[in-house]
Ligand binder design. Sequence first.
Ligand code: HEC
Length: 450
Amino acid sequence: MAVGAVAVSCMYFVGACSAQTAATSPGGGVDAGTDAVAPRSDAGATLATSWYATGKPFADRYCRSCHGGQGPGVGDFTRYENVAALAPAMLAAVTSGRMPPGASDPACRDYANSDRRFVSAEGRASFAKWVADGTPKGEPNGEVAVAELDETIANPDLVIKAPAAYAPTYSNPNEPGNEYRCFALRPGLTSNKYITALAPVLDKRAMVHHIVAYRMAPDHLPAAGKSYPEDGWSCIDMVNAGVSVTGDPRQSDGMIVAWAPGTGAFNFPAGTGLSLKSTDVVVLQIHYFASGRVAAGTKDQTGFAFKLVDSVPTPIAIAPVGKSAFTIPAGDPAYSLTGSFGPVALPLTIYGTMPHMHVLGTGYELSVRNVDASQNCVAKADRYEFANQVTYLFKNPVVVPAGAKVDFRCTWDNSAANPNQFYTPPVAISYGERTDQEMCYAFTLIGLGN
Ligand code: HEC
């Protein structure tokens, strides 16, 4: 946390932070002279770098959705002056893996917009080279354009928004600068439908860090949400969101998706869709973030848009793959365990997944274990952040053959060194739906058949 805080304040005081870097930048040369500045050879070391051909496409691809002047990330990385000044801090954040926020490795299985969510080794090397070259600006005619990510859906059938604009108070002492707020929304459907695509409808982008959408029967709303309060209710815990896992079938009906900037809109594969009953309530758990660029007291009224159809050949169900009933030893910096689903009686297809742990979670692996013990990677990351949970929709769905199992391995850091640690000294942490307990579920989008 301390490191992040220092770097963030560095971004507010750009001049004081990396002024030297900017001052020593050759600021224009993309000629052979810049090579003399490069320390040693790595991938692409012989190529001339420039803002237009190297720095900007990198920032546009991996950072712009949050640091483009409108998102929750501080600064505006679409501007050369800013990036030239902040390049060392940006490179440090990328090299350490803090930024962009940890995502599943597409080498395990490719998913929608992975090329913007997971930094490739080549991408990192070229940005590092540009920084080592002294962040030369170069000429606009060398620009490599990265298209803006479309995060909306055209002609939605249903748009639901929080009932009133809400100003986060950021008053939870455990979450300075962050607030998890739930809003219960009534879709007002007259018949049961299937969701085939969805996307958030953002009001104040800079405040919205990420959103998890749930669907549930009205009588499953938690006490705080029963009256559909206009200003929502505080709900960092699943319990307070109204979602429950253990032995409660409503959980599998509970998840819709988790969205964050850069995720894009969600378009389920043709012929599939997620049930939304006429009686269902949609709960949005919005993670608000005090980015410093939005005045205190600013109100937001974010919602979600849906494409709906009456029926689909393959309804998608959401299976929580993982484990309850476990204890993570106090102090263990890398404790792992695996929970399994199956063996499945009939073949299934996996379309996507949303890995979920709480604040001590650091990594995960979801895989299909075949009858012959061979494994098929589904989603895998060695960085996981509670504050950046997202759903991955696979480009090529995975088939789980009859007799196979699906395994989900979770890894946690329960040491004093974990900046997200709740307890000093650390204590043994057991399964539970409160945020100071831990969970280990991949909410996996499955359909019957292959
Ligand atoms: C999904 C949104 C998102 C994306 C994508 C993203 N950031 Fe961030 N970034 C944030 C937020 C929010 C913060 C504020 C502090 C935090 O939440 O960690 C931040 C903070 C930072 C900081 C200051 C804190 C630190 O850890 O050093 C740097 C530097 C940074 N980002 C660089 C980058 C770079 C470089 C990229 C692209 C390669 C990037 N970020 C992509 C959301 C994002």
